[in-house]
Design a protein around this ligand. Sequence first.
Ligand code: NAD
Ligand code: IPM
Ligand code: MN
Length: 396
Amino acid sequence: MAAVAVLLDRDSGARTGWSLCYCASSKEESSVANVPLRSGGRAARIAVIPGDGIGKEVIPEAVKVLKAVTAPAKRPMEFVEFDWGADKYLREGVTLPPGAVEMLRDEFDAILLGALGDPRVPSNQHAADILLGLRFKLDLYVNARPIELMHERLTPLRDRKEKDIRLMVIRENTEGLYVGVGGFFKKGTPDEIAVQEDVNSRKGVERIIRYAFEYARQNGLKRVCMSDKSNAMTFAHDLWQRVFKEVRQEYPAIESRHLYIDTLAMEIVRDPGQFDVIVTCNLFGDIISDLGAQLAGGLGLAPSGNIHPGKTSLFEPVHGSAPNIAGKGIANPLGSALASGMMLDFLSWKREAQVLRESVKAALHENCVTPDLGGVKQTVEVGEWLAKFAESHARA
Ligand code: NAD
Ligand code: IPM
Ligand code: MN
C-alpha cells in the first residue's frame, strides 16, 4: 500500500505525463458508475495488430520496450498478435474477422496497432473495416493526440523551447464525416453526384466536449479551445457551438475559447504556447494532429489513444504505413513507443508509463534516432536502445 502511495504522489506532481481521463464523460454515465474498469490490475492482455508497411517494423519494437519496462516489477503483460491487414485481405478476403470486436471487448484490456494502408488496396477497404471499424464498434469516442516538443531541435519553428509546445488534441472519433453515410448517383457518368454526410449527434458532441474539459480539469490545465467551422457548416457545427456554450458553464475555472478551424491552423503555428487542450470534430482533428505532430518533430514521433474510458481502448502512432520507406528498416519507432506509454497510463501503470516516456526523451537527447529525425540509427537499433534504457531505469 505504501509503495502505491509513493507512486501516486510522484504522479500527481509536475506535469510529466499525459494522464488520460478515466472519468465518465456524460451525465448519464457518471450517474451509473464513476469507477474505471481498466484501473491497473497487475496483469494485462494486449491485442497487437501490426498491420501494414512500417506498422510491422515499429510495433515489434514497441512490444520489446513494453516487455522491458514492465519486467522489473514482474507485471505480467500478455501479448496476442493478430495478422489483420492488407496481406490477409488480399489472400483471404478477410478484413475484421467475425467475432473480432466481441473478442477484443471481452478478452483484452487494450489494443496496440501499427498502421493500415497498402498501395495494393486502393479502396482502403481493409483500413476502413479494421481501424475505423474498431473505433466505431468499440465506441472509442476519444482520439487523444498529444503534441509535445521533447527536444527543442526538433521543431521547425524558430526560438521555441519544450515548454512552448505542449498541448493535447482531443478529436471526436466516432462521428462526423467518417461515418460513411453517403453514396454516388449516376456514378461514372458526366452527371455524377457524390454525397458524404457529416453526422453529428447531440450525445456524441456533448461527450467529447465534456471529456476535453474533464481532461483539462484532471490535469490541472487552464485552457480549452473548441474549433469548428460553424460560419460555413451552419447546421452540423451550430450544434457544436450550442453544446460548447452549455458544457463550458460547468467548468468556470477553465478558460474556454472558440476558434474557427482555419484560424486555429494559423494560430497553432504562430504561437502553439497559447493552447492546452483543443477539442474538435473527427476530420479537423485528423488534420490538425498531423500539423501539430510536425511542430513537435514529425509523424514518426506522434502517439495517439483511441479511448472509451473504462473499456478496451486502442493505442497507435498517428502515422500511417509509410509505403515510401517500408521494408528499409528506417521507420521511427518512437511514436509507437509513446503510444505504448499512453496505453500504460490508460492501464494505470503510471510508473512504467513515466519510465517509458523518459526513455524516449533520453533517446532523443542522445540522438539515438532514425533518419527522419536526422539520425543514422535503424528501427531495431532504436528499439533495442529504448528497451535497455527502460529496463534499467524501471529497475532503479
Ligand atoms: P504516412 O503517415 O504513412 O506517411 C507520411 C510521411 O511521413 C511519409 O513521408 C513517411 O515516410 C513519413 N513517416 C510516417 N511515419 C514515419 C515513421 N514512423 N518514421 C519515419 N517516417 C515516417 O501517410 P501517407 O503516406 O499519407 O499514408 C500511407 C498509407 O497509410 C495510406 O494508405 C494511408 O491511408 C495510411 N494511413 C494509415 C493510418 C493508420 O493506420 N492509423 C494513418 C495515416 C495514414
Ligand atoms: C489517422 C488516419 C486515419 C484517419 C485514416 C487511415 C482513415 O489518417 O488515424 O489519423 O483519418 O483517422
Ligand atoms: Mn491521420
